[in-house]
Design a protein around this ligand. Structure first.
Ligand SMILES: [Zn+2]
Length: 139
């Protein structure tokens, strides 16, 4: 992975960001949360961490070959999820194949969590703010 692609995000990270933008949900991309690990996107005030897990790297049950390093990565993912949850975060882990099959899955899932908590309109009242995020992603 080149420096540039890391900065811009993987294809599934970009789909995920676009989905959050289309749902007017403000987020921070590639941000370190709760002193534990980096989230691909964080809806910070609502303490929701979105992880876009590549099938190959994160040992997808369907598409990975379950090599020792993939299994190790998967174990680490599980530990990070537990640590984030212990710190009060909701962790949304999505497989690459699920994001590729449904580019809007992240926005819908986050919106459902916010609605369930009754804070949907608190999180996304300001369209100007999400406009700023959109400009960031379009760069
Ligand atoms: Zn997969």
């Amino acid at each position: 992975m080149t420096k540039n692609s890391k900065k811009k995000g993987s294809k599934i990270e970009l789909f995920s960001r676009e989905s959050l933008i289309s749902h007017d949900i403000p987020f921070l991309p590639n941000v370190f949360v709760a002193d534990i690990c980096e989230a691909d996107q964080a809806i910070y005030d609502a303490k929701i961490a979105v992880m876009c897990d590549g099938c190959h790297w994160h040992d997808c049950p369907t598409h990975a070959k379950h090599k020792p390093w993939q299994i190790a990565r998967s174990i680490l993912d599980g530990k990070q999820t537990k640590a984030l949850e212990a710190a009060g975060w909701t962790v949304l882990r999505l497989w690459e194949h699920d994001i590729n099959a449904d580019h809007d899955i992240v926005g819908r899932a986050v919106e459902a969590i916010l609605r369930e908590r009754g804070i949907l309109e608190l999180v996304k009242p300001d369209r100007t703010l999400s406009g700023i995020f959109k400009q960031e992603v379009d760069k």
